[in-house]
Design a protein around this ligand. Structure first.
Ligand code: PLP
Length: 320
């Protein structure tokens, strides 16, 4: 095991969603509540940050730097983890500064992070410049990649798989949103290490399937190497469905609105407009098409993100 801090509320609960199953005439549906990891509204990044911040401490860093979209859950959780562990935090957010901060962006500021705005095309450059600027001020920055997805962050989901294996048996499917690939890579490697026999299917949020499965395979292999174990992953070992990309990243369409509404009104369960809403739309569609059949057991991995519901750009559309 690599060094790890301990600020997530683990194990997160696994619950059953019988009313949702009944509405869909579908399989038994479980949900793994990683929206309840306990760090400033939780989410999947908290598990990754336990490993990343331990590494930052080993490197004697004092400032965390990372980047993401305006409504990035990763950035919000990084800002919270920084505050909780005594780091400063600078976030490079991509896009136009909104007229009024809301949702995750409000929380970034409230948690004390400094924000640097960057155009999409310049985001890597601005991230690098921010790193150098921090160094030139005599501080020790630690750069966390987009989504916390590197062989250190992915460890959070290797061991999340172990945790889940101790909670529920005989699953045919795990379904979850996949974007920067760390969650997916961790689950894929954890699946091998802890003998998970079902299908681990990532619903792509913003990438074509071939690109994402290649990225995840590479990251899973590097994560294994970091642990000193031999596991080779080919893109075809990684299951990705990119049928639900809709209007693109962050665009909430009909399928996402339906999924959010169905989960909220059948189970009192809040999803988010960008990630879990899209993945749940995929889950619902795969059940309706009987790719996932009524005699199977499926676990939806709730990766968090609910503060984005309160972003000005989404709130109105959810009540239309
Ligand atoms: C709520 C939520 N779910 C899923 C993801 C995707 O996870 P990953 O970046 O590890 O693929 C993110 C990442 O930003 C997220 O915020």
């Amino acid at each position: 095991m690599l060094p790890k801090l301990d600020f997530a509320h683990l194990p997160t609960p696994v619950e059953v969603l019988p009313r949702l199953s009944a509405q869909l005439n579908g399989p038994q549906i479980f949900i793994k509540r990683d929206d309840q990891t306990g760090l400033a509204f939780g989410g999947n990044k908290t598990r990754k940050l336990e490993y990343l911040l331990a590494d930052a401490l080993v490197q004697s860093a004092d400032t965390l730097i990372t980047g993401g979209a305006v409504q990035s859950n990763h950035c919000r959780q990084t800002a919270a983890a920084a505050a909780r562990n005594g780091f400063a935090c600078t976030l490079v957010l991509t896009g136009d500064k909104p007229p009024k901060p809301s949702g995750n962006n409000f929380l970034d500021l409230f948690l004390g992070a400094q924000i640097v705005w960057a155009a999409v095309a310049d985001r890597d450059l601005v991230l690098q410049q921010t790193y150098e600027q921090t160094q030139s001020e005599g501080r020790k920055p630690y750069l966390i990649p987009y989504g916390g997805s590197n062989p250190i962050g992915a460890l959070g989901y290797v061991y999340a798989m172990k945790e889940m294996r101790e909670q529920v048996d005989d699953l045919d499917w795990i379904i979850f949103p996949s974007s920067s690939g760390g969650t997916h890579a961790g689950l894929a490697l954890g699946g091998r290490m802890f003998n998970f026999k079902g299908k681990i299917l990532g619903i792509s949020i913003d990438n074509p399937a071939p690109e994402l499965s290649e990225k995840v395979a590479r990251l899973a292999e590097e994560t294994a190497q970091g642990l000193g174990i031999e596991q080779s992953f080919k893109p075809q070992d990684i299951l990705v469905n990119d049928d639900y990309l809709g209007g693109g990243y962050g665009v909430m369409g009909e399928p996402e609105v339906e999924a959010l509404t169905l989960f909220a009104r059948s189970e009192g369960m809040l999803l988010d407009p960008v990630y879990t809403g899209r993945a749940a739309a995929g889950l619902i569609d795969l059940i309706r098409k009987e790719v996932i059949t009524a005699d199977q057991k499926v676990l939806f991995w709730h990766t968090g993100g609910s503060p984005a519901i309160f972003a000005d750009r989404y709130m109105g559309d959810l009540l239309d």
